[in-house]
Design a protein around this ligand. Structure first.
Ligand code: PGA
Length: 251
């Protein structure tokens, strides 16, 4: 059975003190591990918060949350001002890293070619990359969603090991807009992604305006193995409700 992976993406939010406060309020609310349907919690935080979040977990004697980064460079070291590499993350005990988030693609010139290199770098250092794919509103309106997603997958996954990979389907029009993709439609696209993978057991998440009010319905979809949560992961009470989603019968 595929594990369910609930990941938060803090983006460029929270100073170290704010991260500490979040962890102190959030950690007591995480669910007990469920041997029948494993539920993993990942928090992808700014580089400057990584150490503090790991420290808080140790202080609470908790291993219920895995810590992730939001990006990495494809080289192990070099003259790349402002970048962070795989060995730097691996040395800190980081297990996950987001790659190809639409904000990286939109604002920082990330291309499918660099996404592909970053995915390979993550795997080289035994990090599990969370690859984000998704279409704009315009692409959806033009009826090009399927071909767009399949093209992204084709380019991004060239030479990438599908045994150590998470994919997040994040329609760009649903990110930070409150305009969630209908759960059945998200399920359909996630199913399409799965059909086009070499390994059908890859964990595939949905992301885009996931909140405490829609998490149960999203997680009830049979193809969806988890969520990538932006805004709603910043508030400890709301994110606690999300990680404690009700396991409705898969429809
Ligand atoms: P959102 O962001 O939950 O705030 O829509 C999701 C994401 O960007 O991963």
């Amino acid at each position: 059975m595929r594990p369910n992976v609930i990941a938060g993406n803090w983006k460029m939010h929270k100073t170290r003190a704010q991260a500490q406060e979040f962890m102190q309020r959030f950690l007591p609310q995480i669910p007990q591990s469920d041997p029948i349907q494993p539920r993993r919690i990942v928090l992808c935080v700014p580089f400057t918060d990584l150490e503090g979040v790991i420290h808080e977990m140790a202080a609470h004697q908790s291993d219920g949350v895995s810590v992730g980064a939001q990006n990495l460079h494809w080289e192990d070291a070099g003259a790349f001002t402002g970048e962070i590499s795989g060995p730097m993350l691996a040395e800190m005990g980081i297990r996950y890293v987001i790659v190809g988030h639409s904000e990286r693609r939109q604002y920082f010139g990330e291309s499918d070619a660099t996404v592909n290199l970053r995915l390979q770098a993550a795997q080289r250092h035994h990090l599990t990359p969370i690859l984000c794919v998704g279409e704009t509103k315009q692409i959806r309106d033009e009826g090009q969603t399927e071909s767009w997603i399949l093209n992204q997958l084709h380019q991004d996954l060239e030479g990438v090991d599908q045994q150590n990979l998470i994919i997040a389907y994040e329609p760009i029009w649903a990110i930070g807009t409150g305009d969630t993709c209908a759960p059945e439609e998200a399920n359909r696209v996630v199913g399409l992604i799965r059909q086009n993978l070499d390994n059908p057991n890859v964990v595939i998440q949905y992301g885009g305006s996931v909140k405490s009010g829609n998490i149960d319905e999203i997680m009830a979809q049979p193809e969806i193995d988890g969520v990538l949560v932006g805004g709603a992961s910043l508030d400890p009470a709301q994110f606690a409700r999300i990680v404690n989603y009700q396991a409705l019968t898969k429809v």
